[in-house]
Ligand binder design. Structure first.
Ligand SMILES: *Cc1c(COP(=O)(O)O)cnc(C)c1O
Length: 341
């Protein structure tokens, strides 16, 4: 198979339509057979549930080429089960077992020419999503839904080297107790846009959201979970029912414990203890870990000892180990890597 003529190293994180995407429709209480299509547009009622009441959720994962030339993706079964959780909370039908993974496989195989080569640092970003497609005007769930998976090649996250981020403690809240913070719903992002544009206008890279109930505990950013490293080398991540359970973060905590022999803690993390941490990072599929150099909290700049030049040493080890597992250089735990081609 001949690869597309793309400047892989200089791709950004943007949408480039590829040749095929997967579509299946839910109607009359059942999903149809589904399959690939070359049509990259969606035609739905002007009154569709997704357009009126934001009935939609999504996932995000990557396919990439490993050292031995295989095309794989990382723990897609966890994306499948998280999508299930999102669908249930949003009164949307779940996909029958196995359909999610089949759809991913089909889309990646059909667009193999767009999977960046090993060593380019680029990858194929895969976006599965579901939305209410039938008309609703009274507030209620749609009756018809579409599940779709498209993919787009994306460039290396850290172009020209890793640069630690400066983030601010946001005055906006991301998720309410007993709300929808733990699911990957479009609505969580709609209301984060004003907060992120505001943070960018003020010169910050990201927002640190606090728990909405007490505003004393660290939750996450708009699209990534936090990990912290204590001065005695413990890896700590916030425990909360209102953060999105990042697959990257869960994998890093496992790697910290089982591969690096570090102590790990999932617990309440208070804003007041940030100044005591040695390192901080943001975890998500896009970057694996982005180091955070400092946090601005209403007039006070909290600077982590790891500084503004590089990742902290433990963050770097976590990053190297997890990316080593993903790329096939380090043996993966059972079931973490799904070979597609
Ligand atoms: C998707 C997402 C993450 C990262 O999850 P991964 O599974 O690691 O990609 C973190 N926080 C939020 C709010 C997200 O939507």
């Amino acid at each position: 198979m001949e690869k597309k003529n793309i400047d892989w190293a200089n791709l950004s994180f943007g949408y480039i339509p590829t040749e095929q995407r997967y579509v299946t429709n839910f109607k009359g209480g059942a999903w149809d057979e589904g399959g690939l299509t070359s049509d990259n547009t969606v035609v739905i009622s002007e009154c569709a549930g997704v357009l009126q009441y934001a009935q939609t959720c999504f996932e995000g994962l990557k396919a990439y080429t490993t050292e031995d030339g295989s095309i794989v993706c990382f723990r897609p079964d966890l994306n499948a089960s998280r999508l299930d959780d999102s669908c249930k909370r949003l009164e949307m039908p779940t996909l029958p077992e196995g359909r999610f993974l089949e759809a991913i496989d089909e889309v990646v195989k059909a667009n193999a020419a767009y999977v960046p080569p090993f060593g380019s640092g680029a990858s194929l970003y895969i976006r599965p999503y579901m939305f209410g497609s039938s008309a609703v005007i009274g507030v209620k769930p749609a009756e018809e839904f579409q599940f779709r998976v498209f993919c787009t090649p994306v460039g290396p996250y850290f172009k020209g080297g890793v640069k630690p981020l400066t983030i601010k403690v946001s005055d906006f809240d991301r998720a309410a107790p007993n709300g929808t913070g733990h699911i990957k719903a479009g609505l969580n992002y709609a209301m984060s846009l004003h907060a992120i544009v505001t943070a960018h206008d003020e010169g910050f890279d990201e927002n640190m959201y606090l728990d909405a109930a007490t505003r004393t505990k660290v939750e996450e950013t708009g699209g990534a979970n936090f990990i912290f490293v204590t001065k005695d080398g413990k890896v700590v991540t916030p425990k909360s029912d209102t953060i999105l359970p990042s697959i990257t973060r869960r994998s890093l905590m496992y790697v910290a414990k089982e591969y690096l022999g570090l102590e790990v803690e999932e617990r309440d993390v208070y804003l007041s203890e940030l100044k005591d941490f040695a390192e901080c990072g943001l975890c998500g599929t896009a970057a694996v870990i982005s180091p955070v150099g400092r946090v601005y909290d209403h007039g006070t700049m909290i600077e982590f000892p790891s500084g503004m030049e590089a990742m902290g040493p433990i963050t770097q080890k976590l990053y190297d180990t997890l990316t080593g597992i993903q790329m096939g250089r380090i043996e993966a735990p059972e079931g973490w890597i799904r070979k597609i081609l």
